[in-house]
Design a protein around this ligand. Structure first.
Ligand SMILES: [Zn+2]
Length: 245
């Protein structure tokens, strides 16, 4: 079970990096161990998102202390430990620095449903207590409070926090948030969006685009893209899921 979870975490790093969310060695993703201990697996510090392997993934306890592995731990572990503490429904957390979101967050403008990808975010809290890194439990808890029951949050001038019941869901929200901000930035550059989806359309589209089978299929698709780009003849870890109508 732990090995399967570790493999999925490794693939999550590849998916995020393939989709442009790498920031040299910054950014991290975690997955809660399903043993009730509150412990979680985490990408180590000092390497890129796509460089995780079965030997270098570390594990942490509920306070964020490293309890397994030999590589260093990210100093922003508290984003993960505190979101996992506050949200028993969440099993995976992503923190990255996607350029489009960071640029968008500097505008101080409302996030609009310019593109369908934006409609999965009923609310998109923006954490602006600091633009510094989240390097202690108090700040991590403040981020978790701001996140509330949502799947995503913007750290202004810094990055994003996304989460989900599964690794695939947390990654999906990270990818969609970057794309939604990118498209809105395009519209802002072209003079500002004049026409956006109305609230009832957005609600329907949001519901249509929030499904575990979709999260898995998007994740698996990008895994296959990564494998092809890397010249690997390996099958993705998980099988394609038939979409529900
Ligand atoms: Zn950060």
């Amino acid at each position: 079970m732990t090995l399967d979870l570790k493999k999925k975490l490794i693939e999550a790093g590849r998916v995020l990096a393939h989709e442009g969310q790498g920031d040299y060695v910054a950014g991290h993703v975690t997955a809660r161990l399903p043993d009730g201990s509150g412990h979680f697996l985490m990408k180590p510090a000092g390497i890129g998102l796509e460089e995780m392997n079965e030997d270098n993934v570390i594990s942490c306890d509920a306070s964020g202390a490293r309890i397994g592995g030999s590589m260093p731990r990210h100093n922003e572990v508290f984003i993960h430990s505190e979101v996992l503490r506050a949200r028993p429904d969440v099993n995976a957390v992503v923190h990255t620095h996607p350029s489009h979101v960071v640029a968008f967050s500097s505008l101080g403008k409302p996030f609009l449903p310019v593109v369908s990808d934006a409609t999965i975010f009923d609310e998109l809290p923006i954490f602006d207590e600091t633009t510094d890194l989240i390097v202690n439990a108090e700040r991590g808890a403040a981020v978790a409070r701001k996140l509330g029951t949502n799947n995503a949050l913007i750290l202004r001038n810094h990055g994003i926090v996304t989460c989900g019941e599964t690794i695939e869901e947390a990654v999906y929200y990270a990818l969609k948030l970057d794309k939604a901000c990118k498209v809105q930035l395009y519209a802002e550059w072209a003079g500002g969006p004049k026409l956006v989806g109305d609230a009832s359309d957005s609600k329907i589209k949001g519901q249509r685009n929030r499904r575990q089978d979709l999260y898995q299929n998007v994740f698996n698709y990008v895994c296959r893209c990564w494998s092809r780009a890397a010249g690997e003849r390996v099958a993705p870890v998980c099988e394609t899921v038939v979409e529900k109508k």
